[in-house]
Design a binder for this molecule. Sequence first.
Ligand SMILES: Cc1cc2nc3c(=O)[nH]c(=O)nc-3n(C[C@H](O)[C@H](O)[C@H](O)COP(=O)(O)OP(=O)(O)OC[C@H]3O[C@@H](n4cnc5c(N)ncnc54)[C@H](O)[C@@H]3O)c2cc1C
Length: 581
Amino acid sequence: MIQGNYFRDNDDMVQVFKSLVDWKEIIEVYEHGFKDAADYKKTGNERYASAPSSIEEALDMYESILDSAGDLMGTYVAPRSAEMDKIGLKYDNGKVIFPQAQVDCYNTLRDAGLQPMAISRKYGGLGLPVTAQSLLCEISARADAAFCLAFGNINIVDIVERYGSEEICEQWIPDIAAGKYSAAMALTEPNYGSDLPNVQTKAEKGADGVWRLTGTKRFITHACGYDKAPSIILTLARTGSPTSGARGLSFFIVQGKDIHVASIEKKMGLHCSPTCEVVFDNAPGQMIGEEGFGLVKYSMGMMNSARITIAAQSLGIAEGAYREAKKYASERVQFGKTIDKIPAVKKMLDRMEREQAATRMLVLEASRAVDLYIWKREQLKHEGKTDREIKADPTIRRWEKLADLFTPMAKYYASESCVKIAYDAVQVHGGAGYTEEYDVARIYRDARITTIYEGTTQLQVVAAIGGIVAGMSAAGNLREYVNQEFAQMKPSPELKRLFDLFSGIVDGYKAIESSDEKGMVAFETVESATRFLMGMLMERSVSKLSGAEAEHRKKLCRDFNLDSLAILEGTSVRMKEKPAA
Ligand SMILES: Cc1cc2nc3c(=O)[nH]c(=O)nc-3n(C[C@H](O)[C@H](O)[C@H](O)COP(=O)(O)OP(=O)(O)OC[C@H]3O[C@@H](n4cnc5c(N)ncnc54)[C@H](O)[C@@H]3O)c2cc1C
């Protein structure tokens, strides 16, 4: 793997960090008037010692976190990636043994204090907004996709922070933030993957008032814990009747010591990430939140955060693939010149570069949308506002809807793009790319999972399509968002044409009566929306830059929009024809 500081050596990421993200709006809503810093002054509570007291301090803190993570990931983890993948995991009677190189990486990152990014300072976390978390996650995935999961898994407990009782939060989260536990989410079962509303693991309350869970979960990442850190498993289980659907599901914390890891999967990639089959046999569980909201509120909340994480992971894996391909192409000589001078190869590398830049814009806009509603909601909760008042707040309503839409768009697009970039990176390497001597072979195998877990691409399309159709109605929130963005920029003729095409495709989709026929063109409709949005975000970003940076980005943006025009024109033609029966 190319070594270096994975933050500093990435010009696009540094440009995004320094010039393109509107940190002020995010920090203001995240820091609630810099209340943690004020608490530290008043109480001396050490958990708040690192809390920033101004926008500048917050930004300095984010930059130093990204810098340290960039350095450790790029110089300590990345060089061990091939070795970790080759050694893989061992399973022995319910125990999983990790390669020593991975344990060393894990301990180093944990000891550097970089792990608990999504956990608030109140419980000993770093306290980073989602936008900063996404950058950190991208950096870690570029070094090693499997390690990124080991390093980041504890952060799924931010859902417990949002909905668990104060007592449960204090009981678990500080120890999790300190790395004493690892975390897992147990949703999938052998017969229910995409079809989560029907999962059958049962939870029953005994005469002693304790819930006990019985059933089998499949494909559970890190259910076995990590080395010396046992797992805490956030589990979806049925408290209603077997046919009670989504409303019969509740959400529990189960301890790893109370379950049995029956096996781990032998997989195409992610060789150092344990994917466990887990047996719950009357395992005690603590319920989080209210009974009956396990899927619709807590698992969906957890999955929405995890989807942004996987979008960022996809960007990181693809960044690694792009860098390796670019380096190889600059060294490999054929026909008397390096292959990066050959148009067919250059074309692949150029496409990777603009896809990465545009996808980064999309992932960060989805992260921004989450930041702009989620922390405002926490702020209002803290001020004692009722659920009703919170739901009625216009800022929360606006950004929550946009976040619910941008999240599946980002997850679908970033993961599909990652697979394509990894594919092309192998292609650029020729036969060498098909050998294990080069990192792209492992990257290609690792990339393939991103379109599958945390909801397949098809399920992201299902999650996004309703929001696109409703959002593009005359008073819809997506239309309003686009109008506001257009009013602040000078959209290019290509972007205007893309908007017209996208609007026409949505109208075409709406006009289809049969839901089966709609299902046949839902992907293309979501793709049109996503590519238009990415084009708009790219044009907005050009307007924030000047000089050579602006010129370079303008070119990436124009080429990306030309690709989109070709795709959307094609889809428009296709939409006019009925799909074959
Ligand atoms: C390495 C790995 C790690 C994982 N980690 C976890 C974890 O930590 N926790 C956890 O709970 N799960 C985890 N999973 C499970 C993962 O989330 C599921 O595999 C995924 O959601 C798909 O479910 P499935 O495998 O049952 O596929 P299926 O649901 O059987 O889907 C098969 C195909 O049918 C399509 N399909 C199904 N329903 C629809 C529909 N309504 N509309 C359109 N298309 C549809 C799918 O898109 C897919 O192409 C992991 C899986 C893997 C491989």
